[in-house]
Design a protein around this ligand. Sequence first.
Ligand code: MG
Length: 297
Amino acid sequence: MRDFEIIDPVFGTYVLGNAPLKQLATGFDWVEGPVWFGDAGCLLFSDIPNNRILRWTPGEGITTYRGDSKYSNGHTRDRQGRLISCEHLGRRVTRTEWDGTITVLADSFDGKPLNSPNDVIVASDGAVWFSDPHYGIMMDYEGARREQENACVVYRLDPDGSLEQVVTDMNCPNGLAFSPDESLLYVADTGRIWSDDPQHIRVYDMVDGRPTGGRLFAKPDVGIADGFRIDEDGNLWTSAGDGVHCFAPDGRLLGKVRVPETVSNVCFGGRAKHVLYITATTSVYSVALTRRGVQWP
Ligand code: MG
């Protein structure tokens, strides 16, 4: 089990000795935003500095899904299965319609442009939740340098189109996910660039549909929690500097999937949502687990 570090014995029942970490593709610059399309039998992900969304298809490999992706970062799918994307350069969150046209869901708040939407999820009521840190406008590598005009917060976009700031006590919110019953919201704070800001995951109680009472949940002991997903037991699988860390709902580190590159994000996919797809710096990896993902899609 050389690909795994088992800290709590339960983690040994989540991974399989005959299901090793696999490198699916490599040669990219900084990959992010994996999202599984079981209906199309493929994984989409962003290669942010190369301004493209790529498609990995089992048995076929890599093709380009979208060039000129506006330096897209995180993705998910809405309740109708449509692709929802965060764009650094576009400074917006978009939806790709069934006919391929792109609809802008949000690009400003209070009359001023968003910073650089980073990661996104969709709740069961159809609301789109996304983080808006400043990483894509602080330098040209992952977008373009621009003036910051809004705070770094988490937004909730109601199905009626209204946009609301819902997490306002972080330096730079990043990855986010709901617990399986949506009673909790997890948000990573990865801190401002060139600062000593704390870097950790916080958890909020959902009260009347809004996050309240944020508190520290967990902090990877190597690297940062950029993006994460939740499994059917409420465990949180997060990116870290040395792989993927699995935290129990009470915040205990259960174990790690060792990855030879810094991990940026993960998603569940595959036939039964039992495969964890991992974007890690220049490569995309997968590992089959005994747990299934619960996130939508
Ligand atoms: Mg991120």
